[in-house]
Design a protein around this ligand. Structure first.
Ligand code: DCT
Ligand code: MG
Length: 529
């Protein structure tokens, strides 16, 4: 996680987007000579076809006006493979087996990439040989019937890393990030929620018709989606990527220890590069920032899975040295199945440890690494956890468990990857590691919270708005069962305690928390919202 609090800045300009501009037929250079495309007009319409043809030509694709023998790829929208074959039959054209029948999503992805992308199963049009050539169930062209039932809450959707709508979600994520740094909270949230819902769709959006019935897509978002469908890219996102303020903020906050506040200060002071900042004698840096600059190259290159596994071994070895019964679980993005991350997160808990032993563990572990020269940076936050504190209403609030933000020195020799052994340079890599220590009876809540993504924020929102409960990384609290109970740690009367125990719902596992909330269980790798 990012140990720094997010801070936000001023409004952003709206740029009117042009829709339906007439197409000029300028000749373009053909860059990809092996491909000859034909775009089917049927169910797409003349205007959209003309747009896509023009766009593809502009990107260097050869696109034929008429279907001829030289055509290698037929691209269609809202047609199954059987529909296309039927159309070919009506034109008296026999399709050769080499002819590719592709969905428009392939062409759109090609245009996004600026070159032909690999044809995947999801791009290929399905031909149903047994029945009529109407849309085939399972074809990517058939908007999934599940669209009607998509929940506005990420915790009621299954979101794997298989994102069919990356072209759209990448753009929406950039726009959300830009709004975050400009302090446009409402707009930021709208873009994040839209991106999140698109990541959960089991099919690619290829026309505006596909967006019908999908929640969290407002007019602004829809116009961005429409722009991408037409142009293969988002002019709005492109403008953000070229924006000086955005670029500076991305650069500055890529340094460990630099949050939006500091980035804004440096931007206002006129800085645009990290080297100018580092060499400026008038600036004061925190210990965290000093470490951030010192290990910058290692920390910006993401942690991969073999490195995360190696860190996991390192953490487990150290932890069990001091608490043999401790449970160490990798959380964060890696638990959700991601192949890379900006850090590696771990949750530690012990069934037998006394409060003292629990409090001492992170100190002992980090001292142990310090002695071995593996501790490059360490910041321990002591626990402020209270047993009967009501869960926080703020979705972004940092939890109260004892935790430490570290930079560890990972020897290449400990990493078991295909590339290991061939590593050159200094022989080790600096890796950001977060360790969280939690009381054993709270491990399920802590695990759920630290597995993260938007999913977890929506769980809290769902608990509050749909169940009159409060959920955070420490507990689940049922407001319907004890409205007036507030317990201070000093006020430990038995009757109040019993009442408090009724409103705090216990859980041994994540499954039990979902069950308390009346939700179907969603596996960690389905929480990439
Ligand atoms: N977290 C939390 N409370 C916060 C911030 C974060 O409970 N205020 C949890 C949610 C996710 C988890 O910490 C890990 O955070 P990150 O490492 O930032 O997220 P990630 O999904 O692991 O992403 P990355 O792959 O970039 O590390
Ligand atoms: Mg992480």
């Amino acid at each position: 996680m990012d140990p720094l609090q997010a801070v936000h800045l001023g409004p952003r300009k709206k740029r009117p987007r042009q829709l339906g501009t007439p197409v000029a037929s300028t000749p373009y250079d053909i860059r990809f000579r092996d491909l000859v495309l034909f775009i089917l007009e049927k169910k797409m319409g003349t205007t959209r076809r003309a747009f896509l043809m023009e766009l593809a030509r502009r990107k260097g694709f050869r696109v034929e006006n008429e279907l001829s023998d030289s055509v290698t790829h037929i691209v269609a929208e809202n047609n199954s493979g059987s529909d296309v074959l039927e159309w070919l039959q009506l034109q008296n054209i026999k399709a050769s087996s080499e002819l590719e029948l592709l969905d428009i999503s392939w062409l759109i992805e090609c245009m996004g990439a600026g070159k032909p992308v690999e044809m995947m199963g999801r791009h290929q049009l399905v031909v149903n040989r047994n029945s009529s050539p109407s849309p085939v169930p399972g074809s990517q062209n058939v908007p999934a019937p599940a669209v009607k039932k998509i929940s506005q809450y990420a915790c009621q959707r299954r979101t794997t890393l298989n994102n069919y709508n990356q072209l759209f979600t990448d753009a929406l994520d950039i726009l959300a990030e830009n709004d975050e740094l400009r302090e446009n909270e409402g707009s930021c949230l709208a873009f994040m929620r839209a991106s999140s819902v698109l990541k959960s769709l089991p099919f690619p959006i290829t026309s505006m018709k596909d967006t019908e019935g999908i929640p969290c897509l407002g007019d602004k978002v829809k116009s961005i989606i429409e722009g991408i469908i037409e142009d293969g890219e988002s002019s709005e996102a492109k403008a953000v990527l070229n924006d000086e303020r955005y670029k500076s903020f991305k650069l500055f906050t890529s340094v460990f220890g630099v949050g939006l506040k500091t980035a804004e200060k440096w931007f206002r002071m006129g800085f645009r590069t990290l080297s100018k900042i580092q060499s400026d004698k008038s600036l004061r840096f925190t210990q965290m920032q000093k470490a951030g600059f010192l290990y910058y190259e290692d920390l910006v290159s993401c942690v991969n899975r073999p490195e995360a596994e190696a860190v996991s071994m390192l953490v487990k070895e150290a932890v069990v040295t001091f608490l043999p019964d401790a449970l160490v679980t990798m959380t964060g993005g890696f638990r959700r199945g991601k192949m890379t991350g900006h850090d590696v997160d771990f949750l530690i808990t012990s069934p037998e440890a006394t409060e003292d032993e629990e409090q001492q563990l992170l100190h002992k572990v980090t001292d142990f690494w310090k002695q071995q020269g593996l501790l490059l940076y360490c910041d321990i936050l002591e626990s402020t956890f209270e047993k009967f504190k009501q869960p926080s209403r703020k979705v972004d609030a940092l939890d109260h468990f004892q935790k430490c933000f570290l930079i560890l020195k990972l020897d290449h020799g400990r990493v078991h990857s295909e590339k290991s052994g061939q590593q050159e340079g200094k022989g080790w890599k600096a890796i950001r590691v977060d360790l969280v220590m939690c009381p054993y009876d709270r491990r399920a809540f802590a695990l759920l919270g630290w597995t993260g993504s938007r999913f977890e924020r929506d769980l809290r929102r769902y608990a509050t708005h749909e169940r009159k409960m409060m959920l955070d990384n420490h507990a689940l609290y049922d407001r319907t069962k004890g409205k007036t109970v507030t317990i201070s740690p000093l006020d430990g009367k038995v009757s109040k305690l019993q009442k408090a125990l009724r409103v705090f719902l216990e859980a041994e596992s994540e499954e039990e928390i979902f069950a308390h909330l009346g939700l179907d269980y969603i596996e960690p790798w389905e929480r990439n919202a």
